[in-house]
Design a protein around this ligand. Sequence first.
Ligand code: CO8
Length: 256
Amino acid sequence: MTYEMIITETHGSVAQITLNRPRALNALCDQLMTELAAALRAADADPAIGAIILTGSPRAFAAGADIKEMQDKTYPDTALDDFIGRNWEVVTTIRKPVIAAVAGYALGGGCELAMMCDMIIAADTAQFGQPEINLGVIPGAGGTQRLTRAIGKSKAMDMILTGRMMDATEAERAGLVSRIIPAADLLTEAHKIAGTIAALSPVAVTIAKRSVNRAFETTLAEGIAYERATFLALFGTPHQREGMTAFIEKRKPDFA
Ligand code: CO8
C-alpha cells in the first residue's frame, strides 16, 4: 500500500509511523486511519520489528477526528458504515508494544488514539484534551472510558464536560503520560525506549503487555491468575534460560 498521509520508517528493530497531514493538524480522516491501520498491521507482522513508535508533528500529534469529514454524517450513514470500528481500534489489536510520542495537540480522537497505545511519552509542548463537547457530541473512540481509567473520574469529568486542555505537566501528574521530554529530544527518547524493549525477549514482552492490559478487562483475582499462569509458562522458553543464566554468569543476555 502506498501511503499519502503517514510516513513509515524503520530504525533497526523499531518501526516509526509518523502522522503526516500537517495542514489539517493531522486530523484523523478515514484515509489516514486506513493507512495507519495497514502500517500498524505490517509492523506487527514483521519479525524484524520489536516495537513501534507512533508520532505526529511538533505542532500536533493529532487535533482529533476530521470534523469536516464528519459534519454531514447522519445516523443511518454511521450505522451502515462502521467508520469507527473499521480502523480506529486496530492499534489495540497490535501484539507488539506501541509507544505514542506526543508533541503539540492531542485532542479528541488524537487523545483517544494516544490512549490506545501502550504508553504515552509527552514533549513539554503537549496539550491533551477531549473537546468534543464543544461540537455538540462526546468522545467516540474510547475517551470517556480510557481517560477515566487513566486519570480518575473527577479529572476525566473536568476534561470531558468542559472540553479544556491539559498540558504535559498536568498530564504526567495525573498519570496519563509516563514521561515528559524536552520537545527537541522527543523522538530520540522514544527510540531509546523502543530500542530497549525491542532488544528484550519478544515472547516475554508480548505476554507482559497482554498481562498489563488484562488489568483493564477483568477482576483482580482473574488478572493475577492470568499473570501467574503466563509467568510460569515463560519457564518453557529458551529466553528464560538465557536471561537467568546471563545474570548468573554476569554477562548481558542475548535474546536474538
Ligand atoms: N478536523 C478537521 N480539520 C481540523 C481539525 C479537525 N479536528 N483540527 C484542525 N483542523 C484544521 C483547521 O480547520 C485548519 O484548516 P484550514 O486552514 O483549512 O481552516 C487547520 O487545521 C489549522 O487549524 P486552526 O487554524 O484551527 O489552528 P489553530 O492553531 O488556530 O487552533 C486547534 C488549533 C486549537 C487545535 C484548533 O484547530 C481546534 O480546536 N481543532 C479542533 C479540535 C477538536 O475539536 N477536536 C475534536 C474533534 S471530534 C473527535 O475527535 C471525535 C472523535 C471520535 C472518534 C471516532 C470518529 C471517526
